[in-house]
Design a protein around this ligand. Sequence first.
Ligand SMILES: [Zn+2]
Length: 156
Amino acid sequence: MPSLEPLALPQGMRATSATRAVLGLWQADADALLSEAEVEAALRGQGVRVNRVTVYRLLDRLARAGLLRRCVDASRVARYARPAQEAAAGAAARFECADCHSAFRLGASGDAAGQPLQDALRQLWQALAASGLQGRAIDVAVTGLCSDCRGAPAQP
Ligand SMILES: [Zn+2]
């Protein structure tokens, strides 16, 4: 089993059961891309009693502390992901299906397109540097049809 680095709490933040449960979601799946509603549902599923405001505040504090990264999709839904893995390339890419509105990270570990995508992002980075621009973050959002909605055959 791959070990994930434990997430340390920002200073002054209490390790309540809700906080631990929220961080636990990204410790269980480092590539998770979750909306507030999904986090709320996952916590309820674990028997953690939370309300929407608590989850919003928690996600907001974790994003401000840099533990999570907030991104807003085409339908204005905020989703949260861990920034750790994209730090290497300094870029993040995500995909949103226009049909079923499923959203996921591109280039996640285990993703077949992962390596070529990370390479492409790295090239984008180098192109920026070559043109004399100093980029700080690259945020790529792709809207399209997921393989389920396209009816594409599964990989052999
Ligand atoms: Zn779809």
